[in-house]
Ligand binder design. Structure first.
Ligand SMILES: [Zn+2]
Length: 240
């Protein structure tokens, strides 16, 4: 086992007092800490949790990333871990509290299927075609599923972990999943695309999540809006 010697904390964002990190579900916290491992390379240690509706960062329009360093690669590796752990097929950066235009996808949901694993940094979508309805769910809206109509075909371009731009022409499920994640980084969620009748059908479940959020806020388990804005700005200064 490798032992890390704690040096100085270079950055810390904590939604919860540290003592409560292990006690509460449905919260977010991130610690950016610098450690000095034996080889003296600084390492960013990040612990992530999925952010649930109606946390305001899900409404945040994420900013393009201006540089890719090891810290960002570590963040993205951790996003994939969180996505697989929660049985997701896609995860956008703001779903774990990061205001960056980044999302990850694996439509198989299987971490062993690396051919299906994609990282998009600063993605751009074009050539949308067709239209099809399919059921969608979202890690930020636990247990809620509803039909969403979207274009069935897209072209997506994005920068990968190696800094190279890649382009894919996707149809069907992958095209839908990419659009769902693209919506997230634009501050939208799939409920914004529901028909009035389908939105009404999930209203009660949404209200439960809203009540849970308000309770967590009252308990000071979630920061107030001004604090969240300050954290977002700090994170943007780091990579945008
Ligand atoms: Zn989602």
């Amino acid at each position: 086992m490798v032992e890390f010697t704690h040096s100085k904390v270079v950055y810390q964002w904590s939604i919860l007092p540290t003592s409560q990190h292990n006690d509460v579900a449905n919260f977010i916290y991130l610690d950016f800490q610098a450690f000095s491992p034996p080889n003296n390379t600084k390492r960013l240690v990040i612990i992530m949790q999925i952010i649930k509706y109606p946390h305001p960062i899900l409404r945040h329009k994420c900013k393009p990333v201006k540089r890719i360093d090891q810290g960002l690669r570590d963040i993205i590796a951790e996003m994939l871990v969180v996505m697989y752990d929660d049985d997701g097929v896609g995860l956008a950066a703001n779903q774990i509290g990061l205001p960056y235009r980044i999302f990850v996808l694996n439509t198989s949901g299987n971490p062993e299927h690396k051919d299906n694993e994609f990282v998009f940094i600063n993605p751009v979508m074009s050539k949308k075609k067709g239209s099809a309805e399919s059921d969608e769910g979202c890690l930020s809206f636990p247990a809620i599923h509803a039909p969403v109509v979207r274009p069935d075909e897209i072209v997506i371009q994005g920068v990968g972990l190696d800094g190279q731009v890649r382009e894919y022409h996707w149809k069907g499920f992958a095209a839908k999943a990419a659009q769902h994640e693209m919506d997230h980084i634009n501050g939208m969620s799939f409920i914004d695309r529901l028909s009035p009748a389908n939105l009404l059908a999930v209203r009660e479940q949404l209200e439960e999540l809203e009540m849970q959020f308000e309770t967590n806020r009252r308990l000071k388990l979630i920061q107030d809006d001004a604090e969240i804005v300050a954290v977002i700005e700090e994170m943007e200064r780091r990579y945008c």
